[in-house]
Design a protein around this ligand. Structure first.
Ligand SMILES: [Zn+2]
Length: 476
């Protein structure tokens, strides 16, 4: 039996229960990265929140199948059918082939995810592996009269839909119909202003790197078709939950719905989940702003990537989050303190079932009420402070970490009994070093791990790895 799970739905603008097409199972899709550069921490905010959502759904008892695409087909630098090809731009910058660039940044993306404890989706599908699927869907849309050929390209005809702007309110719909976006270069082949390309054979880029044969000539797919096809291929005709950042709502998700529902002939995905922006003090963070922040850069600056995860969890996914190093410092300090406090909890006493269930139901209430992660973190603090046995606390924290994944009960500093008392400052120093060493080992940086051991030894502290974690002894 699954718990009731309330989640805001961008499509209906209501917070409503998740009601899967097949009871107990959730078919979940996430728009994946375009792999021409490192992911910046703003993108990763979305992936962190989607990861928490997936884990919370599993925690609620659902059997989740999650699919993600990798955009490795060159696609255009702006959301309009104009601009530079992002993949090609990356390849030129780095003097590599487009496929080398794609492979390199796909690996880099999953390395970032690992540092942030983001689980890999059940299916990860690169777009270049699905070209025949894209062609089949475009053919079908042409047959059904939802698409047309013009000037060598195939376009989706938005004029055939009674409600194209599905995510917008009535007022916004009017504005969208008349509004002209400055960055949209007029394409005279289009029947309607919002029509979009399903298949290109007339590329604006003569050196377009990846091209395939198609019934319409040699070319490449439009961006939006990729997600529709990959989702339907792996999750079937009915999807329960589709995720992305708020900037995916229009045009990307709007176009996904248009073509998928035209193709299928019925409603496609019921629930749409969107994560708001990470802003810096001057506005939205993006790659185009020159220097951008990556997880590796945060690590170089001495931050534990999980402190960034904690920073994201402390605010609600539907609100914009303002990033500054001061804000991150606060989150990192709170995180370090919390982890050290938990490391000091002795695993004593029986698990008090009544207390366990009580805190667990508070934790569920927070998560299953539109993914209120900051309230869930409050429950973590309440458990740490609570007047219950150490055994109960640790059992709860381990359970909560299945969803939060911030390393609450990771292998860390465990003090052996009968240790000569170190003074508080030294103790703090030792615990920080032990934690840093555990992280270095985790990322296979054994040189750094050994250097930390030496550094501690120089201060008269010998450390030893045991099954219960790392312990230390002061030498005389
Ligand atoms: Zn997508």
């Amino acid at each position: 039996m699954q718990d009731n799970f309330l989640l805001y739905n961008t499509l209906t603008r209501e917070t409503e229960p998740i009601t899967p097409h097949e009871p107990g199972k959730i078919a979940m899709y996430t728009c994946g990265p375009t792999v021409y550069h490192y992911a910046h921490i703003g993108n990763l905010r979305s992936y962190i929140m989607e990861d928490v959502l997936e884990k919370a759904l599993r925690y609620a008892g659902y059997d989740v199948k999650r699919v993600m695409n990798i955009t490795d087909v060159g696609h255009l630098a702006s959301d309009a059918d104009t601009g530079e090809d992002k993949m090609l731009k990356g390849a030129k910058r780095e003097h590599k082939s487009v496929m080398e660039v794609a492979r390199f940044y796909t690996d880099a993306f999953f390395a970032d995810c690992e540092m942030l404890n983001i689980k890999r989706p059940d299916v990860v599908e690169p777009a270049t592996g699905c070209i025949p699927d894209f062609i089949r869907m475009v053919e079908s849309l042409l047959e059904k009269g939802y698409a047309y050929e013009a000037g060598g390209n195939v376009y989706f005809d938005t004029g055939k839909l009674s409600d194209y702007f599905v995510f917008s309110s009535a007022v916004e719909k009017e504005q969208l119909k008349v509004g002209v976006r400055d960055d949209v270069e007029e394409d005279r082949n289009k029947r309607n202003k919002n029509d979009f390309v399903l298949w290109f054979t007339r590329s604006k880029f003569e050196d377009q790197a990846l091209k395939w044969d198609s019934p319409w000539g040699v070319g490449y797919p439009g961006w939006h078709i990729e997600c529709s096809c990959i989702a339907i291929r792996h999750l079937g005709e009915y999807m329960d939950l589709h995720c992305g950042g708020v900037d995916n709502i229009f045009p990307h998700h709007t176009n996904e719905i248009a073509q998928s529902e035209a193709y299928l002939g019925h409603r496609w995905c019921r629930h749409w989940f969107h994560v708001n922006h990470l802003n810096d003090q001057s506005g939205k963070m993006s790659k185009s702003k020159g220097d951008f922040l990556t997880v590796s850069l945060l690590k170089e600056k001495g931050y534990d990537p999980l402190a960034y995860r904690m920073f994201c969890l402390q605010s609600h996914y539907r609100k914009p989050l303002v990033f500054s190093f001061e804000n991150l410092d606060n989150a990192a300090a709170a995180y370090g303190k919390l982890v050290r406090k938990i490391a000091g909890i002795a695993p004593e006493g029986e698990v008090d079932q009544e207390a366990f269930e009580e805190y667990r139901s508070r934790f569920k209430e927070a998560l299953f009420g539109d993914l209120n992660t900051s309230m869930a973190i409050t429950v973590v603090y309440d458990v740490v402070k609570a007047d219950i046995s150490g055994g109960t606390k640790l059992a709860l924290l381990k359970d909560f970490d299945r969803v939060l994944s911030i390393g609450l009960t990771k292998e860390g500093a465990v003090l052996p009994e009968n240790t000569p008392e170190a003074d508080e400052e030294l103790e703090r120093f030792i615990r920080e070093k032990i934690e840093e060493r555990a992280l270095a080992k985790k990322s296979k940086d054994f040189g750094r791990a050994d250097a930390i051991r030496e550094e501690l030894l120089a201060r008269g502290v010998a450390i030893k790895d045991t099954r219960e974690g790392t312990v230390y002894e002061l030498q005389h």
